[in-house]
Design a protein around this ligand. Sequence first.
Ligand SMILES: [Zn+2]
Length: 117
Amino acid sequence: MRRLPGEQRRLAAAKARLDRLALYPRPVSLRGVRVLVWPSFFRVPGFRRYHGYALWRTIVVRSANASENLLTHELCHVWQAQHRRFAQLWAWLRYPYRANPFEREARAAVASTRSLS
Ligand SMILES: [Zn+2]
């Protein structure tokens, strides 16, 4: 397990994308947010199909080559947790992955801020 290379720069790029959206009253804060590269985490049953995972202020990615889209998606989960932590945890228990409204929101956040170039 190690920190993502260029962590702060890459998080700032993801934040710049989310800052174009107004999903929550305050912009996402990067305070205390860290990104861990932890391939073996994704060998745990139940996590094998993911490339990234966010829990509160910690983002775990499978590879140091994590894309900006993946980091934007996971940072959106951090943003959700900063505003609706308990609703987010509850939704993970309540909905299948694809139907989870917080997953839908994170996917839409990536899609709507994708660069056109
Ligand atoms: Zn997600």
